[in-house]
Design a binder for this molecule. Structure first.
Ligand SMILES: Cc1ncc(COP(=O)(O)O)c(C=O)c1O
Length: 388
């Protein structure tokens, strides 16, 4: 590779995403069915698209203030109060970002000093470890286990804490496992976070895809409220991935520091997208409910079918992924996915792309039509006849 010695060593050593690697191969082949990508298949609801079009039509295409449009920040804070019973102040506690992705990046860059440890419950969304490393932090993986329904337990957390622990990433409902945490589950870990003053970075991007009961946030706990940073966005709940709008809710002193990075690197989230997001957050509760119902039906179908064909699959309580065990095949998760693609033209994501704890599993996204899901099941069934 050219420039090997010259470029930043951290970037040089970063592994490319295990998801992308796989889909680059799949994209070159004909007839491939992919249940790999975590992106809702619904077209963004019309009233939201219309708001974006209207903003462009009216020439609302200039920079906004760095924190984002006041009406959007107000809408977001009203939404958190209305949906989850948690209060934030739009002026002091909120920044609109370019998706949850930017939010994760600038939060971690603000918090971390070189060598600070971040506890990362895995299997985890692929971006966290890379971003922690780019911020010169140290990733400390802890394993979420299927027998705990992929929840974080106080025992697992306590063992990972050291004097250098700065933060923990919480992602419930989680990608790739679909695990959730209830208020009672959080109540068991909150005293540990409080005692060691560990920042809780809670990525709630799948909050609206909680199928049993209501989403619970660690921000409900006043005793650690000052050290809790909420990340959320519009991509998943409203099917707005390409609009690139997310947000951060946190203590005002953290917000003012995080804003410095946002200000210099991003300026502001895309203006017409912010107008679309105002419409979504104020008038989109019914859309969320409709899409979530459809995902729940697909979840029930796919879990039943996977178990029927012989892949033991935990019933995920949130998000739009299932995480079946492939241990019966004796294949590693990468071997499984490579052979499946070769032999059956079906692309899934190997569990080890989400950390070592994901070995022995594959991730299947059910944010696809029922027709595609049915084809995928029949291809998997045929694959298991040869590898079961
Ligand atoms: C857990 C999690 N967080 C954040 C993101 C990023 O979403 P976006 O940047 O589109 O808001 C994703 C996308 O897949 C995700 O799965």
């Amino acid at each position: 590779m050219m420039f090997e010695e010259e470029i930043n060593q951290i970037v040089r050593n970063l592994k490319p995403s295990g998801i992308r690697k796989f889909f680059d191969i799949a994209a070159t082949r004909k007839g491939v069915v992919s249940l790999g990508v975590g992106e809702p298949d619904f077209i963004t609801p019309w009233h939201i698209r219309e708001a974006a079009i209207y903003a462009i039509e009216k020439g609302r295409t200039f920079y906004t203030g760095n924190k984002g449009l006041p009406a959007l920040r107000k809408g977001i804070c009203d939404y958190y109060r209305r949906r989850f019973g948690i209060s934030f102040d739009p002026e002091e506690n909120a920044i609109v970002t370019v998706g949850g992705s930017e939010a994760i990046d600038i939060v971690l860059r603000t918090l971390l000093k070189p060598g600070d440890e971040v506890i990362l419950p895995t299997p985890a969304y692929v971006a966290y470890a890379a971003i922690i490393e780019m911020a010169e932090g140290k990733v400390v993986e802890v394993e979420l286990k299927e027998e705990d329904r992929f929840k974080l337990t106080p025992e697992v957390l306590e063992k990972a804490v050291t004097a250098r622990t700065k933060a923990i990433i919480l992602n419930f409902p989680g990608n790739p496992t679909g695990g959730i945490m209830t208020h009672d589950d959080y109540a068991k870990i909150v005293p540990i976070l409080k005692k060691h003053h560990i920042f809780a970075v809670t990525d709630e991007i799948y909050a609206e895809l909680t199928y049993e009961g209501k989403h619970s946030s660690i921000a409900e706990f006043d005793e650690i409220r000052d050290q809790t940073i909420v990340i959320n966005g519009f991509s998943k709940a409203y099917s707005m991935t390409g609009y690139r709008v997310g947000y951060i809710l946190a203590h005002k002193d953290l917000i003012s520091m995080i804003l410095k990075i946002h200000q210099y690197t991003i300026m502001c989230a895309t203006t017409p997208s912010q107008y679309a997001a105002i419409e979504a957050v104020n008038n989109g509760d019914n859309d969320i409910a409709e899409m979530a119902l459809s995902f729940k039906q697909r979840r029930n179908y796919i879990v039943k079918e996977l178990n029927r064909i012989g892949l033991k699959t935990h019933m995920p309580e949130g998000a739009f992924y299932v995480f079946p065990s492939i241990k019966v095949t004796g294949l590693s998760s990468e071997e499984f996915c490579e052979k499946l693609l070769d032999e059956e033209n079906l692309a899934l994501v190997p569990g080890n792309a989400f950390g070592q704890a994901g070995e022995g599993y594959v991730r299947i996204s059910y944010a696809y039509s029922l027709d595609e899901i049915k084809i995928a099941i029949s291809r998997l069934e045929s694959f298991l006849k040869n590898h079961g």
